[in-house]
Design a protein around this ligand. Structure first.
Ligand code: PSU
Ligand code: MN
Length: 310
């Protein structure tokens, strides 16, 4: 098998295939947030509401996963229920993807691997609540989420509420700047912090006009840039968590992680869950709300992009 003749199989749901064929807007979504980010049964309910939000925004949702060694672009209600309820489905990031595909395996895609999949599937928009980024203490741990690296390589626009608040958001912004990834803030001056409205870091550009954002995305790719664009949208005021409260819980969670010797690919989930326990479930609630509100903006922006191209 020569490397040029081997094509990665992508299996589309009929709805997604038809939408792409007809040039209608589609938004890709990750599945790792279903298996690792949230708990059953809220994860299944949230995944369904996220898909509905993409539709409300005027696009077709395509939740991405790996099943039987193929990339699925679009999951049925039943697939989502299975992923949400079955324990032990592995987190598959970009570095894991070839192994899981080649072995005919199954897995839940992170932002990074969902971007690889979306590009292969011909879907130029993706939405999630909070990107992975540069972890606090990365100067010694070198823990930088491959979400950021993949953003420099996949031609997919990513709509999100910034990056997760457990991270070092100042360094995350530095990373994106160094690697030439445009960051456009929609609806706020600052780069949002996932379930908090502001990271305290000003975004390089604020654009509220959605047609202009579509034009920026198209222009980025017209310049021949191989990577993505980050478009942020802040959490709705009623969903946002107070940042002082979140910060205190994060400080405790980081200390706990250090005591328990947690690092590597399990760290993000560990921290998110520790913060959630410390806030009495408040941050998981906010996480779900932000996933949904972001998906609707993603749906609108993908629709604006499709109009721009037509
Ligand atoms: N959202 C959550 N919890 C998560 C994630 C998202 O509420 O665990 C996942 C996303 O799939 C993201 C990944 O791509 O965390 C980043 O993990 P890491 O920091 O190990 O790269
Ligand atoms: Mn990591």
């Amino acid at each position: 098998m020569s490397s040029t003749s081997y094509r990665i199989p992508v299996v589309y749901t009929e709805e997604v295939r038809e939408a792409l064929h007809e040039g209608r807007p589609v938004v890709a979504l990750e599945s790792n947030v279903i298996t690792h980010g949230l708990r059953f049964p809220e994860n299944a309910e949230t995944a369904r509401r996220v898909e509905k939000a993409v539709r409300d925004g005027g696009s077709v949702p395509a939740t991405i996963c790996v099943e039987d060694g193929v990339i699925r672009a679009g999951m049925t209600e039943r697939d989502i229920e299975n992923f949400a309820s079955e324990p032990g489905i592995p987190k598959v990031s970009s570095r894991d993807l070839p192994v899981v595909l080649a072995r005919g395996g199954r897995g839940a895609t992170t932002v990074a691997s969902s971007l690889v999949a979306a590009e292969l599937a011909g879907i130029p928009f993706f939405s999630s609540a909070g990107l992975g980024g540069v972890h606090r203490g990365a100067a010694t741990t070198m823990d930088i989420s491959s979400d950021l690296i993949q953003l420099t390589r996949s031609k997919v626009a990513v709509v999100c509420a910034g990056a997760k608040m457990i991270l070092d958001l100042k360094l995350t912004m530095e990373y994106l700047e160094t690697h030439c990834v445009p960051v456009i803030a929609h609806g706020s001056d600052d780069f949002p912090a996932f379930y908090c409205s502001s990271s305290g870091v000003r975004a390089p550009h604020r654009i509220d006009d959605e047609d202009m954002i579509a034009k920026v995305v198209a222009t980025h790719w017209a310049t021949g840039h191989p990577g993505g664009v980050v478009v942020t949208t802040p959490p709705r005021a009623e969903d946002a968590v107070d940042s002082a409260e979140a910060e205190a819980a994060i400080a405790d969670a980081l200390a706990q992680a250090e005591r328990d010797g947690v690092g590597g690919q399990g760290l993000t989930k560990y921290l998110m869950h520790a913060v959630d326990r410390a806030t009495g479930g408040r941050t998981a609630q906010a996480n779900m709300a932000v996933l949904i509100s972001t998906a609707e903006v993603g749906g609108r922006l993908a629709a604006a992009y499709a109009r721009h191209l037509s």
